[in-house]
Design a protein around this ligand. Structure first.
Ligand code: ADP
Length: 157
């Protein structure tokens, strides 16, 4: 089991629907440590990099329009197996297909407007956090409940 960093983006649909707190809460309650946050307006260059894997898709222009419709909230978070666990919390891409109990499953019906981005692999987590945050914007602290959250790593619980 390995500590990883992930990037979470609270997308414009969630921002304008007043769901910032809801998204933070779900990651915090699961046990993720929030290590950096900021609200920004995404520009062309960052979006081209972040969604490079989709640049030939017919919906690429639509995603860029959507992702610039309002500011977004960027969250850097850490946890053991964070990318795999984070993707489970987010749910499948299309809200109407995502499992109930997931963020997308509970809060969205759309493929495009699906509330959050969550890094999908260990490598992408590292890369995406580094793309959006400087070292000085990332913080180190211990959660008081860490030993309980990871009781299979810490044998006291
Ligand atoms: P995920 O966000 O689940 O990792 P992708 O990397 O495939 O999914 O897609 C990135 C984002 O692009 C999605 O979260 C969604 O906002 C948008 N998207 C993906 N597929 C479509 C589609 N067919 N039509 C419109 N938007 C899409």
């Amino acid at each position: 089991m390995k500590e990883e960093k992930i990037l979470i983006i609270i997308k414009p649909d969630a921002i304008v629907r007043g769901l910032i707190g809801e998204v933070f809460t779900r990651f915090e309650r699961k046990g993720f440590k929030i290590i950096g946050t900021k609200m920004i307006e995404l520009g062309d260059i960052l979006l081209d990099e972040h969604y490079a894997h989709l640049k030939d898709k017919p919906f690429f222009a639509g995603i860029k329009k959507f992702m610039t419709a309002s500011p977004v909230m960027l969250i850097a978070a850490s946890g053991v197996n964070a990318s795999a666990a984070g993707r489970l919390i987010a749910g499948q891409t299309a809200g109407h297909e995502a499992d109930a109990g997931t963020i997308r499953g509970d809060l969205s019906m759309s493929i495009q407007s699906n509330i959050v981005h969550v890094s999908d692999t260990t490598e992408n987590g590292e890369l995406e956090v580094a793309r959006f945050f400087n070292e000085e914007e990332l913080h180190t602290y211990k959660r008081a409940d860490e030993v309980m959250i990871y009781s299979d790593v810490h044998e006291d619980f």
